[in-house]
Ligand binder design. Sequence first.
Ligand SMILES: [Zn+2]
Length: 569
Amino acid sequence: MKMQIKLILLISVIFLLAVIVAAVVKKPAAACGEKDFRQFLSAYEAKVIPLSKEVALASFQASISGTDEDFKRSAGLQIQLNKITADPVEFARLKAFKLGGQIREPLLERQLDIIYDSYLENQIPIAQMEAMVTLQAQIEQKFNTFRARVDGRTLTDNDIEQILRTSSDSLQLEAAWKASKEIGRLVAPDILKLVTLRNAAARQLGFADFRHMQLKLSEQDPQTIENLFDELDVLTRDGFSAAKKAIDGFLAARCGVAMEQLQPWHYQNRYFQEAPVIYPVDLDVYYQGKDLVQIAGSYFKGLSLPIDDVIARSDLFEKPGKYQHAFSSDIDRSGDARVLCSVKPDSYWMNTLLHEFGHSAYSKFNDPQLPWTLRDAAHAFTTEAIANLFGRFASSPAWLRDMALISPAEAQRVAVPSRDALRLQQTVFSRWAQVMFRFEKSLYENPGQDLNRRWWELVEKYQLLKMPAGRNEPDWAAKIHIALYPCYYHNYLLGELLASQFLYHIAGRVLKADDVEGQSFAGRPEVGRYLIDSVFKPGMRWTWNEMIERATGEKLTAKYYARQFMGGK
Ligand SMILES: [Zn+2]
């Protein structure tokens, strides 16, 4: 193992020297017109397109199997891909194209901006980049293969969530919750190493810290995002505080404890990121014994967004060693999108399936005429918005009715409690997203602080949960996003805002309907056509806010989210 690392280091040093020599010997050509850039692009695409596909396939395979071999192969390919964009000679050429100011054709200019940023991120010593990729792969594998243990029994994440949702026995809840946090201790030291490496890389490239770099390179201004989170904090604070009292009253009675004795494990979810079920509507019963995959497939077909090919290539059910979260992967930007998840017949997984297939549809129905570089979502959060727009329908009585899963009478009966539950869900999620956003900010600003304490300070402030007495564990490290999807979580909340914006636009302008909440889009091909033309096909042709403005008539706004969930106007 040690020998291998030494060998990799040696190879890296030789590679770096070779690159430097090459840089000195053949000085970058001065020519930086559009014709030259087109030549650069063809060479770039010839290298990157096939390798990106290999990376995506290998990573998908590793997520299914969880084996050392597959993870090593996947990390190795990722390193190869990063090495392309780490090339300092090519980066110098990209810089010259930018400074030269001759690239004016809009699609060329847009490609230049995006490719430049992807190179900038990797302008660090190869060994440092490799160390980060390797460490990240190690952490990922630990998450993949970790299974909580309670009383000698091995539990999957699904089992843990099942206990937290259904048990009212405080001791059992505590044991399950604590067991699920054990992964934190296993990965925390590696995460801290990774944070240090990420910050060092960002500072070498001239950013304040890694988080600033991540946001800026994804065309988000850190201050603008923070302002939006402050606005959302104000918007949700009172409503959440009132809702939390109702939740506490309900849970205390349910679990037979006094309200002040409630602990984080009483909230029916490992992180209190989902709302506990406190309203008299149990959506899970509608999905029992149903074929969720088939339901999702026929729904998307009705939208004229057929995904049968996506379903056929996906890996949808639990397996030992398999990654326990869900994702959609765009394998080749040419129609091959696939989903990985662990479906069970309940509302959570119906939501997840619709969510992930929403991502897949965004990928699949891109514009094959666009250059490869631009054939991707306008931003990570714009694809989250589409995913959320569909995922939310899993708890919509109108959708259940239109998909013939419940009768019109039943839909009417549960309309009010379902709406209340959806509102509660958004409020609860919004407060949780505050914790994640502010913790990551704090983590990258000062990784040396007492992070275990910092985590609970934020949980207490935004989620109004009490830290269990005397607890001093890296509970922050148990949340997989901190390690593997860094400084990304805020995009989920932005995705919720935009999902509401899309919903109001589609209901009002595309379907010309007054009743926004009664819409399910089921059997409405015009919705699919609108999404393909206004959202999917444009890809990265425009910056995200320009796409949103063109698609909905307004830039990103919290207005519709507030109207839908916070009773705003
Ligand atoms: Zn998603």
